[in-house]
Design a protein around this ligand. Structure first.
Ligand SMILES: O=C(CO)COP(=O)(O)O
Length: 249
């Protein structure tokens, strides 16, 4: 059984106006000049998905959304559906990011419904899980992560391409990261849960690490057992930094 290529995905969050597309262009040009083994994706704000897809058409960089609503359409002011993202040119979507879980009250079952919506539209979901600092300090990190996986991953994923991202909430944007041993402990537990839920297919699902990944720590983190890529926030906004991480994979 071959190991899937690592996935390095950039999450621009609510950053980026049209001028930022130059950074995406620079990433694609560098990868064109020096192809890499990793799969690469950029997830801009929804307003830039279509234009980024046009800018990056024909390059190896895939485009993702940062969230979608579960329904295909309807009276849901301000929301967008997976079908809309797909039509705009996205092939992936980040779901269940901690900033959505905390800031928008998304529960595991909300996330599972969104995952089903993404599959309906043919998008590859990247499903995020991760503990808060309080939960880690209380010794609950593994229970939180495996519980979120069980609640957020519908059975329909058994026949689909998807990825999981372990993002400890306290490591996001903080410059702090867990130790390599702590990352391995969570990824190994996440792998066991994926195998329990999806059998052999669960053994192949990429489990990304996210939270203060930068060029200087990417190589060590990406070498950890069961780390199958990275979900990168701040360091994905500048082409040079993002390329430093991509080249560490
Ligand atoms: O939340 C993240 C990616 O989804 C991580 O953000 P940072 O890389 O900025 O810590």
């Amino acid at each position: 059984m071959t190991t899937p290529r690592p996935l390095i995905a950039g999450n621009w969050k609510m950053n980026g106006l049209a001028a930022s597309l130059d950074e995406a262009r620079a990433v694609a040009a560098a990868l064109d000049a020096h192809p890499v083994g990793a799969r690469v994706a950029l997830c801009p704000p929804a307003t830039l998905v279509e234009r980024m897809a046009q800018v990056l058409a024909g390059t190896g960089v895939a485009i993702g959304g940062q969230d979608c609503r579960a329904e295909a359409g309807g009276a849901f002011t301000g929301d967008i559906s997976a079908e809309m993202l797909a039509e705009a040119g996205a092939s992936l979507v980040i779901l269940g990011h901690s900033e959505r879980r905390a800031g928008h009250g998304e529960t595991d079952s909300d996330v599972a419904a969104k995952v089903a919506g993404a599959l309906r539209a043919g998008l590859e979901p990247i499903v995020c899980v991760g503990e808060t600092l309080e939960q880690r300090q209380a010794g609950q990190a593994l229970a939180v992560v495996t519980g979120q996986l069980r609640g957020s991953l519908p059975a329909a994923l058994a026949d689909a391409d998807f990825a999981v991202a372990y993002e400890p909430v306290w490591a996001i944007g903080s410059g702090l990261t867990p130790s390599l041993a702590e990352i391995e402990e969570v990824h190994v537990a996440a792998r066991a849960t994926l195998v329990e839920l999806f059998g052999a297919a669960g053994a192949r699902v990429p489990i990304l690490y996210g939270g203060s990944v930068k060029p200087s720590n990417a190589r060590d983190i990406l070498a950890v057992k069961d780390v199958g890529g990275a979900l990168v926030g701040g360091a994905s906004l500048k082409a040079a930094d993002f390329l430093g991480i991509i080249n560490a994979a």
